[in-house]
Design a protein around this ligand. Structure first.
Ligand SMILES: [Ca+2]
Ligand SMILES: [Ca+2]
Ligand SMILES: [Ca+2]
Length: 174
């Protein structure tokens, strides 16, 4: 019995210790970044939109109606969602595509993710200073907000088959 209680306690602690969001996942509408969409986000957005208050940490979090800008319509949308059962904000992946931020993995920005992206990346690495427009939002392919060799590995793994699809990056929110 004691062991069971300890196991339950440990499990509960683990649950509490889990972060609200996994790396690479953003909740559109969670304007204050608390991990949930609630009245606090409405208050936060009203303050930002109408009173010049703090912007959401990554401003596009506040784009609740997924219109690709943050304004009073987002406040109305959130109120309708929270209090009147209106539809939730679009999910993060949908937002990235809808607002044309980037196709994850499409580092040469030609609209497809393929071997040419790997080649472009390699070319950029070999020619520092020539790829000033290297799009960070497309190049953080594993969605951990850092651009490094692991993103290249992720991309190669996807293109050659078997690897996971590139994920949208929180870098797209800046
Ligand atoms: Ca909006
Ligand atoms: Ca491409
Ligand atoms: Ca990364």
């Amino acid at each position: 019995m004691f062991k069971t209680l300890v196991a339950i306690a440990v499990f509960a602690c683990l649950l509490l210790a889990l972060p609200g969001q996994a790396s690479g996942e953003v909740t559109i509408g969670d304007a204050n970044g608390s991990g949930a969409i609630d009245i606090d986000d409405v208050v936060f957005l009203i303050d930002y939109v109408l009173s010049g208050g703090f912007a959401p940490q990554t401003v596009w979090r506040g784009d609740a109606d997924c219109s690709c800008n943050v304004d009073i319509d987002d406040v109305v949308y959130l109120i309708n969602h929270i209090f009147s059962g209106g539809p939730p904000p679009c999910d993060w992946t949908e937002w990235v595509y809808t607002c044309g931020r980037c196709i994850p993995g499409d580092v040469n920005e030609d609209g497809v993710v393929d071997q040419e992206d790997v080649e472009y990346w390699q070319w950029c690495e070999q020619h520092p200073g020539f790829c000033e427009d290297f799009p960070p939002c497309c190049a953080d392919i594993n969605g951990d907000s850092v651009i490094d060799i692991s993103d290249m590995v992720f991309l190669v793994s996807y293109i050659t088959g078997g690897g996971m699809e590139p994920m949208p990056s929180e870098l797209c929110l800046y």
